[in-house]
Design a binder for this molecule. Structure first.
Ligand code: MN
Length: 290
């Protein structure tokens, strides 16, 4: 391992629309389709819920985990396993699609104030991507008080603590609350991405503005972060497999995605065993034209 790590690589996010909300999409990128198994990252908000409530009707997923993490507000999750879970800042919703699941996400009735957070996906490995669906809620995750930062541990191990959240490949997910300069230890076998949330952060001397991210290649034992406010740090062992991603589906071949589109079209017409029913007042979301 070299003493001088590769420089921080700046990646631009882009604006996208999900339901009625504008988001900043930070993953996937052409140069980095995945960071570890992290394959999708959308930052949303802050939005005023009285003007822009979240209302994403039942929609399907295959081949991934959805990792929902809020920085402000509340969201109600319902899924075809029968889960019904309100999530608040500091709590983690983790849904494993396996071969197929459907879920809805909406602002609770009467919600006011700001809604902000990050929607992440983790690609499942071959061992579990055809397996059963599952849902976890974690309301009490480890917080590590480090020099210059309080580190909330969403997934994986960090600073001697371990998150109870399921992960099927080597992975870490941190919400770092900076209050100065911090030097965070990294697993050198992991690649990482730093995503500013509240304001700019200086990553090993390179300023990274909100709306962009900083990619860190494998071979680093630490990273220095300077700034104030929150920063997401995601990482994992390079995923290896080539992903095919389309709409809400993650697979390995176009034929798998074709099957998922076909099965969801059937679900819209007549219900289906594959994705199941979601208890939601919202209408099922049709797939966009391909
Ligand atoms: Mn979803």
């Amino acid at each position: 391992m070299s003493d001088t790590p590769t420089p921080v690589e700046l990646l631009d996010g882009r604006s996208a629309t999900v339901g009625r909300s504008r988001v900043t999409r930070l993953l996937p990128k052409r140069a980095h389709r995945t960071v570890g198994a992290w394959c999708f990252a959308d930052r949303f908000g802050p939005d005023d819920v009285s003007e822009a409530a979240m209302a994403v009707g039942p929609h399907p997923h295959i081949g991934l985990q959805t990792v929902t993490w809020l920085h402000a507000g509340e969201v109600l999750h319902t899924d075809s396993l029968g889960s019904e879970q309100l999530i608040r800042p500091g709590e983690l919703n983790l849904m494993t699609s396996g071969d197929g699941i459907a879920h809805a996400e909406e602002s609770p009735t009467g919600a006011v104030g700001a809604l902000a957070g990050i929607q992440l996906w983790v690609a499942l490995p071959d061992e579990t991507r055809h397996g059963p669906a599952a849902f976890e809620h974690h309301g009490d995750l480890p917080i590590v008080e480090a020099a210059g930062a309080d580190v909330h541990l969403l997934v994986g191990e960090w600073g001697g603590e371990r998150s109870p959240a399921r992960h099927d490949t080597p992975l870490v997910g941190l919400d770092v609350h900076l209050h100065g300069d911090a030097e965070l230890g990294l697993d050198p076998t992991f690649e990482h991405v730093v995503i500013p949330v509240d304001g700019p952060v200086v990553v090993d001397g390179t300023p990274v503005e909100p709306g962009r991210s900083g990619y860190l290649a494998t071979g680093r034992a630490s990273v220095s972060l300077a700034g104030t406010g929150r920063v997401m740090l995601l990482g994992g062992q390079p995923f290896g497999a080539e992903l095919q991603m389309s709409w809400n589906f993650v697979g390995r071949t176009t034929a798998e995605l074709d099957d998922a589109y076909r099965d969801w079209a059937r679900a819209l017409e007549q219900g289906t065993d594959r994705f199941g029913d979601v208890r939601s007042t919202l209408a099922r979301v049709p797939a966009p034209p391909r």
